[in-house]
Ligand binder design. Sequence first.
Ligand code: KIV
Length: 269
Amino acid sequence: MAVTNTKKTVRSFRTMKKNGEKIVMITAYDAPTASFAEAAGVDLILVGDSVGMSALGFQETIPVTLDMMIHHSAAVRRGAPNTFIVGDMPFLVCHLGIENGLRAAGRFIQEAGCDAVKLECTPSTRPLICAMIEAGIPVMGHIGLLPQSVKTSGGYRVNGRTQDEAEALMNAALDLESAGVFSTVLECVPAAVAQRISEKLVIPTIGIGAGAGCDGQVQVICDLLGYNEGFLPKHARRYCHIGEVAIQAMTEYKNDVKAGTFPTDAQSF
Ligand code: KIV
């Protein structure tokens, strides 16, 4: 059943937090998937740089370029005209100077039609975040596990298990709020730490692998739909097995063509 979706704004998310209404974000990378997400009534769509692994066959997010992100973000916008869409700033783009970062963020808004951008935040990205907001670009933060930094951090690991790390995360979250982000992602953070941060902030937190105490959740669409029957991250839940359905359909098509039972008169002119 299709759900009528009224497009949200940055203010809607703060109100949802105030009212205790959970916020639902999902990734999408193409128009048809975005249209499904809109029909399901999700609150936001993230065009994540997870497109690298989810749709482009890379092993990590690092090879994903700005042009790729703009291309996929524009497709998602065409598929979901009434949903709040966040474009993900890819590797390096936020570390090549404020002007470069601003131009990149501007492309997400002007060319791709996104409503906001997300970036993996480090202390050095604060001036860029302030410049974006000053320029009228809503920003979503992202702290905890930062996939674009795995080469320097030593791999994919939960962040915030020690007291020092937990304090650093809390300070980073408060600093992002004071810089003006409208929301922040907490990725792979112990549930108790994420809950404390969520309780302290006025802006909503969106968790992935950060427990039920966050104000919202985000999931990668391919994990949720079962594109890949192999590895499933601990933080994900598979809601269907679309890969199996697709293979079954393609096998039937192949068999029909081989047997001469497709096409019939019904598919012919
Ligand atoms: O790229 C992505 O999909 C993300 C989410 C995991 C938050 O950054």
